[in-house]
Write a protein that binds this ligand. Sequence first.
Ligand SMILES: Nc1ncnc2c1ncn2[C@@H]1O[C@H](COP(=O)(O)OP(=O)(O)O)[C@@H](O)[C@H]1O
Ligand SMILES: [Mg+2]
Length: 247
Amino acid sequence: MVRRVKTGIPGMDEILHGGIPERNVVLLSGGPGTGKTIFSQQFLWNGLHMGEPGVYVALEEHPVQVRGNMAGFGWDVRKYEDEGLFAMVDAFTAGIGKSKEYERYIVHDLTDVREFVDVLRTAIKDINAKRVVIDSVTTLYINKPALARGIVMQLKRVLAGLGVTSIFVSQISVGERGFGGPGVEHGVDGIIRLDLDEIDGELKRSLIVWKMRGTSHSMRRHPFEITGEGIVVYPDKVLKRKGVVEL
Ligand SMILES: Nc1ncnc2c1ncn2[C@@H]1O[C@H](COP(=O)(O)OP(=O)(O)O)[C@@H](O)[C@H]1O
Ligand SMILES: [Mg+2]
């Protein structure tokens, strides 16, 4: 039987028929504002309550802002950082400014994949992490798309070797099809796509599991909401072009 990592996001594990198979690298794709960051932070936070330490790699926002946004949902990770159960990798500030005084894991040069992997590996080993989020992997190869597949495969090898289950956030533009480019899409074990669609003058959120190695899963497009406590997915509803319908 395949061992699974529960996302703990209401409704999501039902769609995944139990959770994400252990050690999978899952691409979490979506346009701006679709909920990628919140989804991945909620995945890590829930892990902390299941005894699974987590690492969040911040490439898009300042680590201070990340902690603040998480605390806004009631996910205050500072206590867990002090206890060695949660680690923030600062791949945002390059160690410029005050961050070098209080961030323990800093990537100084994003063009140096080796340094990135070394810092990430150290953070994972230090806290014996079981879950990793990289938000976003797109930032690592935005200026060098030809290297995307190589970078994703290198990260995947390292992470699978360390026994962690990972979410790679992938940024796509509004209206773009696909998940972030051929090199990336084919390298990963799973793909979850988050969407925002305007239907009858209203933005509707939905997600679809496109691929998940090691398990069956719902093949439907499910609506979800973002609330003050995070994401809630509706496994009993489907988003069709005409709107949400009950199953
Ligand atoms: N407390 C909240 N309640 C409801 N929706 C929220 C809340 N906080 C943020 N959001 C929604 O989440 C969106 C940002 O989600 P985020 O995960 O940062 O998106 P992404 O990482 O995909 O760009 C905002 O545009 C807003 O619509
Ligand atoms: Mg984001």
